[in-house]
Design a protein around this ligand. Structure first.
Ligand code: URA
Length: 208
């Protein structure tokens, strides 16, 4: 499985700021978005382009544009929404499909309660957004959903990933490409990433 831990100095610096106890909602939200922008730059480096000739100021000029159907972004509710503005900074024309999952009380498996995907999924690269890749259960279920909708190329952007979540993804969907600002140490007994960021959804939305 392709895992890219983006070690750019700006990413490391900004993630370091996000780890501080007592960070404000404003700061955390801004940094989540900024790190998402930087991860997007890495994750889109291999998008295919095609040559086109356009009318330039001095006559016809050969230039490049991204080939094929537009990328689709897939934020996972709710924390994934915190990364969306930063990703849209770089891909303003991206289509956005949203998924929501919750744990089934009986099976303890994540099941979808909301799914609104874009059309032509079979032609698009999907980029899943979720700040925290923890156990991987939600991610695996999201990838199941995207593949069921016909999606063939899937990438995931995470601010922080746990080794346990990466292993779970590799076991079920080794073709998914992962971009993260950090692979942290481990999960604690209630599924939080250590050292991690705490509850990313609460920090982005200012709830608790
Ligand atoms: N979700 C979070 O918000 N934080 C974690 O550490 C794990 C899952």
């Amino acid at each position: 499985m392709k895992i890219t831990e983006v070690r750019h100095p700006l990413v490391r610096h900004k993630l370091g700021l996000m780890r501080a106890a007592g960070i404000s909602t404003k700061e955390f939200r801004e940094l989540a978005s900024e790190v998402a922008t930087l991860l997007t730059y890495e994750a889109t480096a291999d998008l295919e382009t095609e040559e086109v000739v356009i009318d330039g100021w001095a006559g016809p000029v050969k230039t490049h544009r991204i080939k094929g159907a537009k990328v689709t972004l897939v934020p996972i509710l709710r924390a994934g929404l915190g990364m969306l503005p930063g990703v849209l900074e770089l891909i303003p024309a991206a289509k956005v499909g949203v998924v929501g999952l919750q744990r089934d009380e009986r099976t303890l498996q994540p099941t979808g309660y909301y799914e609104k995907l874009t059309g032509r999924m079979d032609e698009r690269t999907a980029i899943i957004l979720d700040p925290m890749l923890a156990t991987g259960g939600t991610l695996v279920a999201t990838v199941d959903m995207l593949k069921a909708a016909g999606c063939k190329r899937i990438k995931g952007l995470f601010l922080v990933a746990a080794p346990e979540g990466l292993r779970a993804l590799e076991a079920r969907h080794p073709d998914v490409e992962v971009y993260t600002a950090a692979v942290d140490e481990r999960l604690n007994e209630v599924g939080y990433i250590l050292p991690g960021l705490g509850d990313a959804g609460d920090k982005i939305f200012g709830t608790r």
